[in-house]
Every structure is written in structure tokens, then in C-alpha cells.
Design a protein around this ligand. Structure first.
Ligand code: PEP
Ligand code: MG
Length: 753
């Protein structure tokens, strides 16, 4: 039965049009549960009713016409109660509503389950039968399981369906909700960066240059051959010989001239390599799929799989060669640093990522670059987005596909307002950071990407966090001491006479090195940051030597350890630092002082060890991104729980306040380098708590300085006191907005936020 369930879910997932998906669902479910009727109703929130969308058993003429209010009938009851209702005789139930057009007079028993996606009732799935007996417990649990599995898939099918309709006839606007990742608004066409390409996605095309196209094809064959060889070698240790034989089959197909020859023939007839491949592959797939012999029929799957790999290599090259001439909004399943790097900054207006959340590293990159971003739109149908006009609202986390004229106009107005404000912010950038009553503060930048210091327009008092993992990520092996030394010198030289705080390698969690994969069930609770580098002193020592050498030359470095959980780790790390220092002094034949040393406060355990920390280090810097994730037990990268990740949660605010109080008590220098400091609202609260050093994204310096210059210290404290007395992030935010508005900061609050 599990297999059947999976097949139904897969079938729904593969259907392009929503109607097909739903019809497939009801027919297959009816068959699998051996019942007389299966129907699905979907909620129409604006209209306040459910509509019968597909049925196998009720009158077909009522599909799309039969509607039932959210508080009417048994369907409404299932939606209200958000739980299954199982009745032997539905007609006798007080909530039964007779709708003549559906023709269900003969059907007595009724079982309905809600389809709930992200806490909202998306629809109701029902089965019915003539026998006046309750459906069995097993039938009930199957329908519940099916509904639960279907929820996400149906939500995606619904969005796909809306888009198909939008492209075919009325071109209506589709609005999708994600998580606000980076503030700002972008209006442009969507550019979909797809890693996996499907045969069905290829648009027929022709080439301009026969030799170049043949070479492109032959290269793709070569790369695919190498890829399969590597895969077979890698899997060789863990797979049975007969499973591995599939790779031999692939190699044989590639070596066999009949497919390759046929593709070349099409290319010679002017087809693009992709078109030629798809034509030939489809032809073979059709032939194999029609064969009687089961073994031969299976070969159709092999050909499809292989053709998809070939297509991937063909398109990868095409992508590398793409020159973006028009401004675009980048859309991808998962936005990576290399994707961002491949698009010229002046063409990249916005970022949309299916995965990720407000504090995933993709979001941080986007903010560092000052590019609006929306993440975690799980239902985004990638295939349907390419080339579409989109509006991305990085304040509310909304994405509008094919926006209506009215929405376009409203956003054009907001964009104008925003660029006027931006001019205001820029004026503040170079001014010293201070509150309205002249309390001086220090504003630093978070860096790590070459690009974010490149776009850095000045105005900072130094670097509060340099994420060294980025130079490690863009390499194909651990970078040498010399490479690291040069990288670190470059950044130290860009901020002469100003402190630059470099964090030692913090890989693990959602930051993986391509050449050092770490596979864990719970990566954020696993081998991350200092935990990993302490286990690999050979990597750690090289990095510290490179840092110390750079400090010896430039004299403005501060070193910081990430993910410290206990004092023993800190002592061990310090021992290694002293070792690297001693070695270097020997080599240079010269004594030089160690740079100031600090740790990040991002694991909640450190809140209770600050007295001991004060004896060990010169400073601490709060990593509010991870502190929030660990304090609230919410994966910062998981779109499903993104609504729970909130730095304004009272627990987080109290923790930040307690850190400030303790540090003052133990005379420990403290600052903050989490994303909260980049948000004017967050900055106001932090200043009220006593944080005098705020490290933020370079793009936000002007905005934060502008906001701070408008409020006095006592106004900041007033806001903080009110916030600390409230019990939820939502009420805190609402209260803060009211206060901001009264202090003349209303322009920072966007409609819909
Ligand atoms: C943090 O956790 O707040 C932080 C600044 O580090 P990262 O975002 O790189 O984990
Ligand atoms: Mg962190």
C-alpha cells in the first residue's frame, strides 16, 4: 500500500496542469481504497468556500460548479475541525448539506480528511460508499497519510496550474509568499538557474556554427563519460556488482555510434545539440517503452537518465557562456555563492531561492551585496518562471509573477520612494555613528565575500567580522598558507589603522567545502566551526600562521573563534594559537605581540560561562544569527519553520540584554556581528542594551546611521523597556513600529511588513 501511496503522490507531482493532477488523484485513490467515490475540494479563500475540483463517483457536471461555504456541510466541518470525519450515514448528520447537482443520494458512508499545508487548510479529500458502514481504521489512516503527503505537492501543483492558466489565456497574476531575505524591491524578468534539466524543458532551437556545435556535443559526451566513470568508481565500494552494471550499460550506449551518430546527423541538419539529443532520445525511449520484454522496456529509463545527464553537461556550458545583457531576478532551487558570482552585479536586481530562510547564508550574501531577496518559496514552480515579469518584495517576502498593471504601478511608486530614501541614507554613511543626543557608537562591516568589500562605499570603523570560510569555499582544495596570507593581507590593507576581526574557519552547518564533505543527520548540531578545526590542527595551524603573518605585516588584526561551547575548547584553541605564534617568531627571528583574541557568543551555553570567558579573551562578539537558531531550536535554513525564527522573540532579546549586562559586570569588551545589527530596528534595541559596537552588512551602514541619528538614547531605552515587557515577537514588532513612526522613522516600515 505504501508503494501505491507513493505512486499517487508522484503522479500528482508530475502533472503539469492542476486539473490533471486532481483527476489522477481521485481516480487512483478510489481504485487503491476500493471504494465507490473519491473527490477533492479546494479552498478558495477570497470567496470563502470550497469548490469541487475533481471527482470519480459524483456527477462530472458538478466539477468546478459545486461549492460549499467554509462553514457549511460536512466539507466545511472537516475544514473547521481540521481533522477527519468518518460517518456511516452522512445524510443523517446535522451538518449534512444536500446539493442536488452532485448526485450523492446513493452514497451513505462518508470519510473526509483535511489537506493542510503550512498550517492552512488547502482542501478536503473525501471517499464515499453506498454501504452504510463506517470506513475502517486502516482506510482512515491511509486517507490521512495520503492527505498529509499530498499537501506540499498539491500546493505546488496549484501554483503550477495557476501559472499554466496565466500563460495560456488570461495571464493573471500569481502571488507567492516566502521569507523576506534581504530588503528592497526588484522589478525585472526572472532568470531561472536550473541545475537539473529535463528533456521536456528543452525548447527547439538551431545553431549558428556547425563545427562549434559538434564540438559542444562531443565535449558533453566526454564529460558524461568521465562523470559516469567517476560515479561508478565512487560507488564501487558500496554497491553490488549487478547494480554497478548499469554504468556499463550507460557507457555502452555512449560508445555505440547509433545514438551519437543520429544526434550528429540532426546537428548537421541545423538542429542545436540539445534539440538533436532530445529528438533522438525521445525516439529511442518510445521504441523501448513499447517493447514486450520487461528487461528491454527498462532500457527506456536508462536512455532517459543518460540523455538527461548529457543535457546537463550541454546546458552547463551554455550557462557558463551566458552573457547577461538585461537586468534580471535570479531564481533557483538553492542560490549559491558561485551563481551570484556568475552574474554581473549591475544586472542582478533580485534573488529568489526555493530553499533557505531569512538567515541562511544565501540571505546573508544577498544582504551583504544589497540585493533584495525572497527565500523559502517551497511551492515555486521553477519551470514556469523563466522569462516571466516578476516583482520581488524583499520586505514582505512576496513574489508576484506576471504582476497586474495596478501592482506594477504601486511598486514603481515604492521604488521611487526607496531611491529617494537611499539618497538620504547615503548622506549619513560618512558621518560618525551617533544617536540624536550625541552618544558615539562604532559601526563595523561584516565581510568575507570579495564582492562585499568591493561594493563597500566607506563609512565603517573597521571590520567586525571577516568570514574566512568564503575564501575556502571558492577553492577546490584547502588553500595554502601563502594564498591565505595574501587574502588576509589584502583585507587588512583595505582598512589601514582600523581593526579587522577575522574569524577562524566556520564550516559545517550549511557551509560545506566542496572538497571536504561532511555528511551528518543534524549538521547545525554537529561538527561545525571550532569543533572541526580542533580535530584538524593541520588545517587550523596553517590558517592561524597565515593570519599571524598578515598581522605581523599589517598590525590591525583581531582573531575570533566561532562556535565555542566550553572553556576547554577555548583553551585548546589558544594552545594551538600560541604554538603557531611561537613557530612564526622562531622563523622570523623576531618577537611580536599576539593580536587581540575573542570568541563568538552564538551557542546559548556561553551565556552561562561569561565570567570564565572574561579571564580568557580580550573581547566577545555576539553571533545573533546562530544564537537565535540555537536558543529557539529553529534551523535558520529551514523554510518550514521560518516563521518561528525571529530575533525579536522575547527569549532572544532577553539573552542579548543579559550578555550586555554580564559583559559590563565582568569588564569584557563586547560587540555584535549578527544580522540583527544591520536592521535599524535591531540596532536601536542593541544600542539601548549597551552595545556600542555594531557590525553589519556594508549595504546597511547608511540606513542604520540614519535611523540612529534620529533617536536619542532615552528614546531607544524607552523602546527597549516596552519591548522587554511584551510576550511575543509579533506584539513586540507592532509596538516597535508604532514607536518608530512616532520618532520619525516611519519611512523604514513598509506596507505589508
Ligand atoms: C552569527 O551566527 O550570527 C554569525 C555572525 O555568523 P554566521 O552567520 O556566519 O554563522
Ligand atoms: Mg554563526
Amino acid at each position: 500500500m505504501l508503494h501505491t501511496l507513493r505512486q499517487i503522490v508522484q503522479g500528482v507531482n508530475q502533472s503539469e496542469a492542476l486539473d490533471d493532477a486532481l483527476q489522477f488523484l481521485v481516480t487512483q485513490t478510489k481504485q487503491a481504497l476500493e471504494t465507490q467515490c473519491c473527490s477533492v475540494y479546494l479552498a478558495n479563500v477570497e470567496a470563502g468556500h470550497f469548490t469541487l475540483m475533481a471527482t470519480d463517483g459524483l456527477a462530472q457536471s458538478s466539477v468546478g460548479n459545486a461549492v460549499i461555504g467554509f462553514h457549511e456541510g460536512l466539507i466545511g466541518l472537516v475544514g473547521e475541525r481540521e481533522e477527519p470525519i468518518n460517518l456511516a450515514n452522512a445524510h443523517q448528520h446535522p451538518r449534512f448539506k444536500f446539493i442536488p447537482q452532485v448526485e450523492e443520494e446513493q452514497l451513505n458512508a462518508f470519510l473526509g480528511t483535511p489537506i493542510i499545508h503550512q498550517g492552512r487548510v488547502l482542501g478536503v479529500l473525501t471517499i464515499q460508499q453506498a454501504d452504510a458502514r463506517q470506513f475502517s481504521e486502516q482506510e482512515e489512516s491511509l486517507l490521512v497519510t495520503l492527505s498529509a503527503q499530498l499537501a506540499g505537492v498539491l500546493a505546488a501543483a496549484k501554483a503550477r496550474g495557476q501559472l499554466t492558466a496565466a500563460s495560456s489565456h488570461q495571464r493573471s497574476m500569481v502571488v507567492l509568499q516566502g521569507v523576506a531575505g534581504s530588503p528592497g524591491i526588484a522589478v525585472a524578468q526572472a532568470w531561472v538557474e536550473r541545475v537539473a534539466v529535463e528533456l521536456e524543458d528543452v525548447v527547439e532551437g538551431q545553431h549558428q556554427d556547425l563545427d562549434a556545435e559538434l564540438e559542444r556535443w562531443q565535449n558533453a559526451v566526454l564529460q558524461t563519460r568521465e562523470y559516469i566513470e567517476r560515479l561508478s568508481l565512487r560507488l564501487g565500494e558500496s554497491l553490488d556488482r549487478d547494480v554497478l552494471a548499469i554504468f556499463d550499460v550507460y557507457q555502452n550506449i555512449l560508445n555505440d555510434n547509433s545514438i551519437s551518430g543520429a544526434v550528429e546527423q540532426h546537428i548537421r541538419a541545423n538542429a542545436s545539440a540539445e534539440t538533436a539529443l532530445v529528438r533522438v532520445a525521445k525516439d529511442y525511449i518510445g521504441q523501448f517503452a513499447a517493447m514486450k520484454d520487461a528487461y528491454l522496456r527498462e532500457r527506456a529509463t536508462d536512455i532517459r537518465d543518460l540523455a538527461q545527464r548529457l543535457l546537463y553537461f550541454l546546458q552547463q556550458r551554455a550557462h557558463e557562456l551566458t552573457e547577461h545583457e538585461q537586468p534580471l531576478v535570479l531564481v533557483a532551487e538553492e542560490v549559491t555563492a558561485s551563481m551570484l558570482a556568475s552574474i554581473p552585479r549591475d544586472k542582478l536586481l533580485g534573488i529568489v531561492s526555493v530553499r533557505g530562510s531569512s538567515n541562511s547564508h544565501a540571505a546573508i550574501l544577498a544582504r551583504a551585496l544589497g540585493i533584495p531577496a525572497v527565500l523559502g518559496i517551497a511551492d515555486l514552480p521553477l519551470k514556469k518562471c523563466a522569462g516571466r515579469d516578476v516583482i520581488l518584495d524583499g520586505y514582505s517576502g512576496r513574489l508576484y509573477l506576471s504582476p497586474s498593471a495596478a501592482v506594477k504601478e504601486e511598486y514603481a511608486r515604492l521604488l521611487r520612494q526607496e531611491s529617494e530614501l537611499q539618497i538620504e541614507f547615503e548622506k549619513n554613511r560618512e558621518l560618525p555613528a551617533a544617536t540624536a543626543d550625541g552618544r558615539r557608537l562604532s559601526v563595523m562591516i561584516n565581510a568575507g565575500l570579495a564582492a562585499d568589500t568591493e561594493h563597500y562605499g566607506g563609512g565603517a570603523d573597521g571590520v567586525g567580522l571577516f568570514r574566512t570560510e568564503i575564501p575556502f569555499m571558492i577553492q577546490d582544495k584547502f588553500p595554502s598558507e601563502e594564498f591565505q596570507f595574501q587574502t588576509y593581507c589584502n583585507i587588512l590593507n583595505r582598512f589601514p589603522g582600523q581593526p579587522v576581526t577575522m574569524r577562524t574557519l566556520d564550516v559545517g552547518g550549511d557551509k560545506a567545502l566542496p572538497y571536504f564533505p561532511i555528511r551528518e543527520e543534524n549538521p547545525f548540531l554537529g561538527w561545525r566551526g571550532l569543533r572541526m578545526t580542533l580535530d584538524h590542527p593541520e588545517i587550523f595551524l596553517v590558517q592561524m600562521r597565515a593570519m599571524l603573518k598578515a598581522h605581523h605585516k599589517c598590525r590591525n588584526l583581531r582573531i575570533m573563534f566561532p562556535m565555542v561551547t566550553n572553556i576547554a575548547e577555548l583553551e585548546q584553541a589558544k594552545k594551538l594559537l600560541r604554538k603557531a605564534h611561537a613557530e612564526l617568531q622562531d622563523e622570523l627571528g623576531e618577537h611580536f605581540a599576539l593580536p587581540p583574541l575573542g570568541i563568538m557568543i552564538e551557542v546559548p551555553a556561553m551565556l552561562y560561562q561569561l565570567r570564565a570567558v572574561a579571564d580568557q579573551v580580550d573581547f566577545v562578539s555576539v553571533g545573533s544569527n546562530d544564537l537565535t537558531q540555537y536558543l529557539l531550536a529553529v534551523d535558520r535554513n529551514n523554510a518550514r519553520v521560518a516563521n518561528l525564527y525571529d530575533e525579536l522573540n522575547p527569549a532572544v532579546l532577553n539573552a542579548l540584554n543579559s550578555i550586555a549586562q554580564q559583559c559590563r559586570q565582568y569588564q569584557l569588551n563586547f560587540s555584535i556581528c549578527g544580522e540583527l545589527a544591520s536592521d535599524p530596528l535591531g540596532a536601536i534595541l542593541l544600542v539601548a542594551m549597551g552595545y556600542k559596537v555594531l557590525s553589519m552588512n556594508a549595504a546597511n551602514i547608511g540606513r542604520v546611521k540614519w535611523a540612529l541619528a534620529k533617536v536619542s538614547m532615552s528614546q531607544c531605552q524607552h523602546m527597549l523597556q516596552k519591548a522587554l515587557n511584551l510576550s511575543s515577537a509579533d506584539t513586540i514588532r507592532r509596538q516597535l513600529y508604532v514607536d518608530m513612526d512616532s520618532f520619525g522613522l516611519g519611512a523604514l516600515i513598509r506596507p505589508g511588513q
